[in-house]
Design a protein around this ligand. Structure first.
Ligand code: RIB
Length: 308
């Protein structure tokens, strides 16, 4: 069983279903409301655990009811939360999410305790861990913390998957330490300054990311699958999607990242891993909610073998 370490966020998602995402200044009357455990880091951790990995989460919650619920849920999913600290001076991370009738979403995050995760917390946690196969990180914790985690993994010869979400400018030392960068199209545009409006511009932007120093690029294309740029061969491969009925796209990217991480840590090649991840991401959008909507290994294997 591969051991995946996730350094990342835990948020309580406050989710409202709306007919349309409200425009600035607009009030929209919604339908159902739910509090659902989320946060990109915890979502990736839960998805990886459901796919069969041993998962350790390094993060931070506040000393409040949301923090307790987030920890309890991660534990219930079998995740090692020994290194999720509780910060008495901060509130737990919260995300306000509106999901429209087409399953598209808009998300506003109050980071709270997630931004109290320091480089020292990661150093202490890393020193206590053994037999790590892969490090996975989104960008909802401080960049200094991310940089430290990348450096620790590089020193230990552990591969790093970085999901640059939400997108922000990354130092050359972070980029040089990343084996696989997994952005979506808006994130790729932000990281490269290249407007993505065609297959050619997607390829150009992926090349630009490789030039910035990462080892490989897996550009997620939503319902169009993924574009893989292998850094060793400089070859592009379009990996086709699994068409599904979309209910809620929240955390689809997190499901994808977890799928890629599990497949790579099990020894699959990059293209095969991207195909596996496509199936994980596809199944995640057929259900509502972030962590509650993550598929099991059995569901993924069924989709891969039978297309159901
Ligand atoms: O990727 C989806 C996640 O982004 C949500 O669960 C929310 O908490 C934000 O972190």
């Amino acid at each position: 069983m591969p051991h995946i370490v996730v350094v990342g966020s835990l948020n309580m998602d406050l989710v409202v279903q709306v007919p349309t995402i409200p425009a600035p200044g607009e009030t929209v009357l919604g339908n159902n409301f739910a509090t659902i455990p989320g946060g990109k880091g915890a979502n990736q951790a839960v998805a990886a655990a459901r796919l069969g990995a041993r998962v350790t989460l390094i993060g931070r919650v506040g000393a409040d009811a949301f923090g307790e619920q987030l920890l309890a849920n991660a534990k219930k999913e079998g995740i090692d939360v020994t290194h999720v600290g509780c910060d008495p001076a901060a509130t737990s991370g919260v995300a306000m999410i509106a999901v429209d009738a087409q399953g598209q979403n808009s998300i506003a995050v109050a980071s709270g305790a997630n931004y109290c995760l320091t480089a020292v917390h990661v150093q202490e946690a890393w020193a206590a861990l053994a037999n790590v196969d892969l490090l996975v990180m989104p960008l909802e914790t401080p960049l200094e913390t991310i940089e430290t985690a990348v450096s620790l993994a590089n020193q230990a010869g552990v591969k790093v998957i970085l999901n640059p979400a939400p997108a922000q400018k990354l130092s050359s030392s972070i980029l040089a330490g990343v084996d696989v960068l997994v952005p979506n199209e808006p994130e790729t545009a932000q990281l490269t300054g290249i407007e993505i409006d065609s297959a050619a511009s997607s390829r150009q932007a992926a090349q630009a990311l490789l030039k910035q120093g990462v080892g490989n690029v897996v550009l997620t294309l939503g319902s169009r699958g993924a574009l893989v740029l292998n850094g060793e061969t400089n070859q592009f491969t379009q990996v086709d999607p699994y068409p599904v009925k979309v209910v809620d796209t929240t955390a689809a990217g997190d499901a994808y990242v977890a799928g890629l991480a599990v497949a790579l840590s099990e020894g699959k090649e990059l293209i095969e891993a991207a195909n596996f991840a496509n199936a994980v991401g596809a199944l995640a959008v057929t259900k509502q909610g972030a962590q509650v909507g993550m598929p099991t290994r059995e569901e993924v294997e069924n989709l891969l073998t039978q297309g159901v």
